[in-house]
Design a protein around this ligand. Structure first.
Ligand code: PEP
Ligand code: MG
Length: 325
């Protein structure tokens, strides 16, 4: 099986009926590039930049960040790279950035909420990204967006930093797409409105499931509620994909579910454009997609969302329909 997957390394991801979808990889540091290239990922769908902050004894400087972003963009040789701005908070902490003690850190001061408050940190990161943008195809994504005001504020700051750099004669890519993570139910529900203003969506199922089911993603006592195939989650995901397409935008997924062989047939049936996963899953998923037809998967996805009622029922149906054990 491994040898068969190997052959797909330099191929595009095509379904049995010849449709192309993007199979991308998630990374945490520039060191992960080797795995991405070795497994033939067509893009980086999520670069979690918080590791740059977590692996450092102090706030990483603009130049240190610039070097990291440049290395990733160059390493991908023009293939798209979605860089997510800092997602600190929740369970991720920085020794040099004391965060408030909170009753519910996952519902608290986290990600874009910190970035919009600590604009010094956010603007530094955006400048580093803008300067690196000329070395490849950069796309920027904001994490934990709940409201349109947050997206507009982030975008406005991005535009300001871009203008300031250009005024100084610094070259930046003029076509950087800006998008958001869909990981808060409010944004998933309002996807039609967001789709008019963003360039793309990337669905973060790890958090979207946690917040939709009200079940802490790290708490083993409630881990049975991590239900990616629950029709409630599937309907939210479908709403996001349809909203994007209606405005001519693209939708990806970068949570764990994007590389899950049970979820992928459902996502294909809903028309998800990009699947971003750990690099080691890329060839397996490309091979799976090759034997699925989008028309068949659409029927499967429709049935899952409209006729079935539980996570387990959906999983059993997908397994049977795609001959997976
Ligand atoms: C997600 O929430 O699904 C996601 C990809 O982000 P993270 O796992 O980094 O919170
Ligand atoms: Mg998340």
């Amino acid at each position: 099986q491994k040898a068969e997957w190997e052959k797909l390394k330099n191929e595009q991801t095509l379904t049995a009926d010849g449709k192309h979808y993007t199979v991308a990889a998630n990374i945490g540091t520039p060191k992960d590039l080797t795995g991405v290239v070795d497994n033939g990922a067509e893009a980086i769908g999520l670069y979690r930049t918080e590791f740059l902050y977590m692996d450092s004894a102090e706030l990483p400087s603009e130049d240190d960040q610039f070097e990291a972003y440049k290395a990733v963009l160059e390493g991908m040789k023009g293939k798209p790279v979605v860089v997510r701005t800092m997602d600190i908070g929740g369970d991720k902490h920085l020794p040099y950035l004391p965060l408030p003690e909170e009753m519910n850190p996952f519902l608290g001061y986290r990600a874009i909420r910190i970035s919009l408050d600590r604009q010094d940190i956010f603007r530094t990161q955006l400048r580093a990204l803008l300067r690196a943008s000329v070395y490849g195809k950069l796309q920027i994504m904001f994490p934990m967006i709940a409201t349109l005001q947050e997206f507009r504020a982030a975008k406005q700051i991005f535009e300001e930093e871009k203008q300031k750099l250009q005024d100084k004669g610094v070259k930046v890519d003029n076509d950087i797409q800006t998008g958001i993570m869909i990981e808060i139910p409010a944004a998933a529900v309002l996807a039609d409105q967001f789709a008019k203003e963003v360039d793309f969506f990337s669905i973060g199922t790890n958090d979207l499931i946690q917040y939709t089911m009200a079940a802490d993603r790290g708490n083993e006592h409630v881990s049975y509620l991590y239900q990616p195939y629950n029709p409630s989650i599937l309907r939210l995901v479908k709403n996001v994909i349809d909203a994007a397409h209606k405005e001519g935008k693209w939708a990806g997924m970068c949570g764990e579910a994007a590389g899950d062989p049970i979820m992928v047939p459902l996502l294909l049936g809903m028309g998800l454009d990009e699947y971003s996963m750990s690099a080691t899953s890329v060839l397996k998923i490309r091979s799976l997609m090759k034997r699925l037809s989008t028309a068949d998967m659409k029927a499967i996805a429709d049935k899952a969302m409209n006729e079935l009622t539980t996570n387990d029922e959906v999983a059993a149906m997908v397994k049977a329909a795609t001959s997976q054990k």
